[in-house]
Design a protein around this ligand. Sequence first.
Ligand SMILES: Cc1cc2nc3c(=O)[nH]c(=O)nc-3n(C[C@H](O)[C@H](O)[C@H](O)COP(=O)(O)O)c2cc1C
Length: 225
Amino acid sequence: MVVVAARRDYIVVKNDSQLMAGEIMPDALPVLPPALTALLDRASVPPRLLHDPAPGQAVLDLAIAAALRAPDHGGLRPVRFVFVSGVARVALGELLAGSLARRAPETPAERLEIERGKPLRAPMVVAAGAAIRHDRPGVPSWEQEASAAAAIMNFLNALDAQGFGAVWLSSGALRDESVKQALGFAEADALLGWIYVGTPDADRPLARSVDPTGVARHWVPGEVS
Ligand SMILES: Cc1cc2nc3c(=O)[nH]c(=O)nc-3n(C[C@H](O)[C@H](O)[C@H](O)COP(=O)(O)O)c2cc1C
C-alpha cells in the first residue's frame, strides 16, 4: 500500500496493482483531484454570513450547467430554479409571512415580521423545485424529485467552487400551494428548498469531516449485520 494523496484527514492509498508504471511514493504528497477537493471542501454558509454581491449570470449559468449533469432518468430535466434578488425579496417576504399567517393564524406579529424579513438576509434566494411529469410511468415522481435534489446539490457545489456561499433551507411555505403558484410553479411541481446565496463572510464555516461510521458497508450474502 502506498499513500498517493493526502489532504487534512483524507488519504488515498493504492496497492501495487493500482500503481501506474513508474509511479512511486512521492516525496511531497500531491493534492487530490480538484473536483474531489471541491466536493470535500463545500460547506453551507448561513444567511447572516451571506453578503453582496450575489453571483452574476455567468456564475449562475455554470452552476445551472453543473446542476444539469445530475443523474436524470429519461432525460426529463425536472429541476427548476427561480431566482429572487433585489426588491423581489421584499415580495417573497410578504409571501412567506402571509403563508405562515394562514397556516398558523395565532402566530404573533413579531414572528410574522421575522418571516417577512427572511429573504432579505442574503442578496439572493433561489426557490428550487422539481417539475414532476405524471405522464411517464417508467419514471415515478420520487425519481424525478431525487434527480432534482441531486441537481440542487450540484448547483450548491458549483456555487461553492466559484467562491460563493449558499445554504439549502426549508420551511412550511414549501408545501403551500399559493406560494408555489405565486412563484410560477405548476400544480404538479414540488418545491424542494430555499437556497440562500451570496458572497461569504470571512468568518464563514469551513468544511468539517463527518464520521462515516455506519454509512456504508460491503454486503456479504447470508450475513446479517
Ligand atoms: C432538503 C433540505 C432542507 C434543509 N433545511 C434546513 C433548514 O430548514 N434549516 C437548517 O438549519 N438546515 C437545513 N438543511 C441543512 C443545511 O442545508 C446544511 O446541510 C446544514 O446546515 C449542515 O451544513 P453543511 O451542509 O455545511 O454540512 C436542509 C438540508 C436539506 C437537504
